[in-house]
Design a protein around this ligand. Structure first.
Ligand code: GFB
Length: 288
């Protein structure tokens, strides 16, 4: 995409997180992004839950394009215990960023949903048309409804103000610069961290739940390249799923055993079935 007037200034909120750092890795290694200015925000640049702080960031950076990744995120267990915070903090950030994108005439906004926001009772594979066809899994309804409102707001801004806002729906992400939090993080980084502790003699390697739930995992740096492609080349307001294909869905047990072999752990492996399995499956189609 060539800009007729002036440079592309692309601002990435949540720029220091797992997803943001993956975009940075892609941008740093791709020739076609050399002509654009990329600004990666972290929470140190301002609190996006605060409207004045958000406006001050837009005033300073004057972005032409925004990739909005900043969010209160967490794995199943964090979501189950902090539904109010997951709803409120994400709603505040999303509303401030979208309204500032309108006011500052941002040419393109790409926000981030997640495959966990899909209906819990559904047919498979799930595609982009099905997001609102029923309530999400109870475990993360706070986060899921806040994320679903991004899709609703995108359509309202497009209809009323002609804003070019859209969203991507990544499946479970893993990769470098994760927080690897065992209590609040996602499954793969949590398992890697627990496996490291077990290797160092800190007890047996414990997989939470039964290991039977199914997930599609995408490597963060592949996702980084995909979202930059969406910013440059995808012009619909409708969300687009970014995932590995259905056939690459694996069980939590298979994923855990991949961590075990990848980290050359040879000790005992056990399943802590006192922990929840959460949503059994949320198979997404990447046909689009
Ligand atoms: O990544 P995760 O926490 O979230 O995966 P979801 C949870 C699944 O992995 C459950 C099992 O079936 C857990 O029982 N599991 C096994 C573990 N061992 C572990 C472990 O050590 N840590 C964790 N966290 N899980 C999330 C949503 O759902 O999907 C988020 O809650 C987000 O909002 C994310 O959207 C993509 O995949 O279940």
């Amino acid at each position: 995409m060539s800009e007729t007037n002036g440079k592309v200034v692309c601002m990435v909120t949540g720029g220091s997180g797992l997803y943001g750092m993956a975009i940075r890795a892609h941008v740093d290694s791709s020739a076609e992004e050399k002509d654009a200015t990329w600004v990666f925000l972290s929470s140190k640049d301002g609190d996006l839950r605060d409207r004045k702080a958000t406006e001050a960031i837009f005033e300073r950076v004057r972005p032409t394009h925004v990739i909005h990744l900043a969010a209160m995120v967490g794995g199943l267990f964090a979501n189950m215990s902090k539904k109010v915070e997951f709803y409120r903090e994400n709603m505040l950030m999303n509303d401030n960023v979208m309204e500032c994108c309108r006011i500052y005439k941002v040419q393109k906004l790409v926000s981030c949903l997640s495959t966990c926001i899909f209906p819990d009772k559904t047919t498979y594979p799930i595609d982009e048309e099905m997001i609102h066809n029923g309530p999400p899994h109870k475990s993360n309804e706070g986060y899921a409804y806040a994320k679903r409102m991004i899709d609703v707001q995108n359509r309202c801004y497009a209809e009323e103000y002609g804003c070019k806002f859209t969203s991507v729906v990544p499946t479970n992400i893993f990769g470098p610069h994760d927080n690897f939090s065992i209590e609040d993080g996602h499954v793969l980084p949590g398992l890697m961290h627990k496996c490291l502790i077990a290797k160092r003699g800190g007890g047996d390697f414990s997989i939470w739940g039964s290991g039977t739930p199914l997930r599609q995992f995408i490597f963060s740096e592949d996702l980084g390249a995909l979202i930059v492609w969406v910013m440059r080349n995808y012009h619909s307001v409708e969300p687009i799923i970014l995932s590995v294909p259905e056939e690459d869905e694996v069980s939590i047990k298979d994923a855990a055993m991949a961590v075990v072999s990848g980290m050359k752990y040879t000790g005992p492996v056990k399943f802590d079935t006192s922990k929840s399995d959460g949503q059994f499956k949320k198979t997404a189609s990447n046909a689009k």
